[in-house]
Design a protein around this ligand. Sequence first.
Ligand SMILES: Nc1nc2c(c(=O)[nH]1)N[C@H]1C(S)=C(S)[C@@H](COP(=O)(O)OP(=O)(O)OC[C@H]3O[C@@H](n4cnc5c(N)ncnc54)[C@H](O)[C@@H]3O)O[C@H]1N2
Ligand code: MOO
Length: 424
Amino acid sequence: MGRSLRAAHRHISPYPHMSMSHFISVEDALLHILDAAPRQGTERVGLSDAPGRYLAAPINAPADVPAFDNSAMDGIVVRRDDLTALPRTLPLVGESAAGHPADRELGPAQAMRISTGARIPQHADQVIPRELCDFGDGEVTVRELPAHDHIRRAGDYLSQGRPALFPGQRLDAASIGLLASFNIAALSVVRRPRVTIIATGDELVELGQEPGPGQLVNSNAYMIEALAKRCGATTRVLPITPDRYEAVRAAFEEACATSDLVLSIGGVSVGEHDHVRRVLDERSSGMTFWKIRMKPGKPLAFGTTEGGTALVGLPGNPASSFVGFQLFVRPLLACAQGVPRDQASLPRVNAVLDAPVQGAGRRRTYLAGQWYAQRGVMHFAPLSDQSSGNPALFAGATALGIVEEGIDSLSAGASLPMLLLPGS
Ligand SMILES: Nc1nc2c(c(=O)[nH]1)N[C@H]1C(S)=C(S)[C@@H](COP(=O)(O)OP(=O)(O)OC[C@H]3O[C@@H](n4cnc5c(N)ncnc54)[C@H](O)[C@@H]3O)O[C@H]1N2
Ligand code: MOO
């Protein structure tokens, strides 16, 4: 794939006179990126270190769940055949409590106290919740027969050997609980992708330094690092790289040696000091594209090295970097960790727009906003200043509203799709 796309890319002039029809669509860009997602190896981790990791191999139930027939209610346990006529009084012959199963079987015309989760004694086949019983001295009267037997049979939830968790599944609290119930203390997960972040720009100063005239803090590196960590990666942020071709090339060289993914920030547009694209092209065995029909985030470069490292050049504007990450890098990191493609992107739902918004002609527009639900209907409230240079834009955003290509404006009340941003 790389070779033919590289050829296609070479055929197209990549510079400013490039027409909009040569820009790649968001969907095509994503397909190319996911085709090149680096494959991660696996490693073993203890259960406490497993939350948020991605399962490497299926986990089958090692035994029936539940492991033994047990009661779903507090009450008594009887033989159903003894309750053909009600009310019926039966002698209480013992108890099966959780953790203390009865040491005897249940005989005919007998009842036994039982608690939720306690083992069903042999020959018993009906639990009666205590609300349907009257207790006397050493006996119990059953007033009513419930419709259900209130017994959780061995293997009802999962039978031994059945697949319970699947490769690519992110280990959340519930799956960690299930693994613990299987008595699994260590397991195989996908190795975390190693991401190196290269911020380029002579105007940048390191966090904690005082910006001089015309300078600003390298804030994007921290935003991108936070996002990459949230997506399961380990991260390394290189010192700020000046706007010199040799410096950008050296930074990429260093990063590629130890990374599954190199993310650069800035210097990817057409300015005289923008060197990322050239370096990325030189390092790639198949640079796949450069410009995407979207706003913000139009200049986004992608390639892969001979060694399989993915290279993404994110634009420098904070909103452009953020959107580029959410649309392309998030799914790339998810797929690299085994998530199926159709689950790798942000969830998309339809919403009602709260205020009028502008589109961007032939580019698809992504708007920062907040979602809320009112009477079962999802709404999208766009934030006020949608400038891609605004570092405050996405700080309060919970959704990305989408204005499709070719739509110049949408009025309040219009329907639009939106992507839901996960909290991070
Ligand atoms: N003649 C043209 N100029 C520009 C075009 C174009 O098509 N023709 N595209 C514009 C668009 S759209 C974008 S997006 C930007 C992207 O440019 P770069 O990726 O080359 O980014 P820079 O020029 O390096 O920086 C843009 C902006 O972002 C600030 N920045 C950069 N890095 C950081 C960082 N790590 N932390 C915080 N802020 C950062 C930088 O100071 C600039 O203000 O190009 C347009 N220009
Ligand atoms: O693509 Mo740029 O991100 O419009 O500012």
